[in-house]
Design a protein around this ligand. Structure first.
Ligand code: C5P
Length: 406
């Protein structure tokens, strides 16, 4: 694929060098088009050496090849990172006073802008209006990250990490092989109240489920994400309908409502198997000398097993997750096989927890089993990569069903 990487004159320009490497390592041809100001931050030799391509900034620099038209026309993807407030303004106004803005005017492929600037500039009504104009024209404008800015200040305006920009950019040009499919994903961990301030919960962050929802949306599916206590920063961006829930009962109701018209349900949430038999209306008090009162638990419905036993829509593929640890009774896979047979879901994604992989913001490694407990796929890598492997496995189930019935 041919990628044009525009770089503008923000301090974060150096991060574009990492982004360039990511694109190159993924096998893409990259033409870097910096603005003059960007060259004051990172020089031309760096861009030429890392891209292996010539680097020009002006519309008249390579007049015999009419570069200012050719680059935009031949690109499969244009990414500008960092995009300064000035670049957003020039793009919104349709100016073509250097090679980058001329390329933006001639590009017919997806365009992603990754803004980076001080919070005041990002929030200024002029910038807000420019971003709205660009988005209205179909340009993808990432929201900047929040955190440390150039000086001692912090706030919204930081360039997102190169890996995030690369994932968002490549998602714009990927196969939309889930187009026309409706899917439901549950993520996070349920909380079962003990009293108004306390609950029984678990450590699930919802990152894997959010990645599964984001991957499905990027591949063209209409996605409902039922999010149990998932932090806002973890939730995927546009294109996903998020239904926030807290308890298992709420999660069950939301999943079943959305599943009634879904082609696939992926239960990535960590759902509490038990809940307190009764939640106290008032905060439970510590009575001196009395010791703790026992907590009586009752079993929650198994949402996954229910869906697997009685699907809510014809041909619906139901996927479960199993976070396992090995023990004396068997290794992770043996426990997974037993669970696959017991739950009856079409697919069970088994991952090992308690080591360096699993919960939290760490890479994941999974084995996907079918309902007989046979391995249909293995995947390791980022949560986004695991998410894609899960959807590939779901596509495999749909394909087999079509082959059998067709
Ligand atoms: O049995 P275990 O809790 O390990 O099974 C995990 C899988 O079952 C996950 O997909 C989880 O979302 C689902 N589950 C459920 N309802 C429960 C417990 C787990 O749907 N009450």
């Amino acid at each position: 694929m041919r990628i044009v990487l525009g770089v503008t004159g923000g301090i974060a320009a150096y991060k574009a060098a990492y982004l360039l490497r990511l694109f190159r390592e993924a096998g893409h041809r990259v033409r870097v088009v910096p603005t003059e100001a960007a060259l004051a931050m990172v020089g031309r030799p760096t861009w030429e050496a890392l891209s292996g391509e010539p680097v020009r900034t002006g519309v008249f620099d390579d007049a015999e090849h009419v570069d200012h038209v050719a680059l935009g026309r031949s690109a499969d993807l244009v990414v500008v990172a960092p995009a300064t407030a000035h670049l957003l303004a020039r793009a919104a106004a349709g100016l073509a006073d250097d090679l980058l803005t001329a390329t933006l005017l001639t590009a017919t492929c997806p365009v992603l802008l990754a803004p980076a600037m001080h919070t005041e500039m990002w929030r200024h009504p002029a910038t807000v209006a420019n971003v709205a104009t660009l988005r209205g024209r179909g340009v993808h404008v990432l929201d900047p990250a929040t955190g440390r800015l150039t000086g001692a200040d912090t706030g919204a305006g930081r360039l997102p990490e190169p890996a995030e920009i690369a994932a968002a950019a490549l998602a714009l040009v990927r196969d939309r092989d889930l187009a026309g499919r409706r899917v439901v994903v549950s993520a996070g961990g349920t909380r079962e109240p003990l009293d108004p301030v306390r609950f029984l919960g678990n450590r699930s962050t919802g990152r894997q489920g959010a990645a599964i929802a984001a991957a499905a949306a990027a591949r063209g599916a209409a996605v409902t994400l039922v999010a149990a206590n998932v932090d806002a920063v973890v939730l995927p961006g546009g294109g996903v309908t998020v239904v926030p829930v807290e308890t298992t009962a709420e999660l069950r109701a939301a999943v079943r409502a959305a599943a009634a018209a879904a082609d696939a349900v992926v239960m990535a949430a960590a759902v509490a198997d038990f809940r307190p038999a009764a939640a106290s209306e008032h905060k439970i008090k510590k009575t001196a000398g009395a010791g703790p009162a026992p907590i009586a638990l009752v079993e929650n419905p198994d949402i996954l097993a229910e869906l697997a036993a009685a699907p809510l829509a014809a041909g619906q593929v139901v996927v479960g997750f199993a976070a396992e640890t090995g023990d004396d009774a068997g290794d992770v896979l043996a426990h997974g096989r037993e669970k696959a047979r017991r739950k009856g879901a079409d697919l069970l994604v088994v991952n090992e927890v308690g080591t360096a992989v699993g919960f939290g913001d760490v890479p994941n490694a999974v084995t996907v089993l079918d309902r007989a407990g046979d391995v249909v796929a293995r995947a390791a890598g980022t949560k986004a990569e695991v998410a894609d492997a899960v959807w590939d496995a779901v596509l495999g189930v749909w394909d087999r069903a079509t082959t059998i019935s067709g």
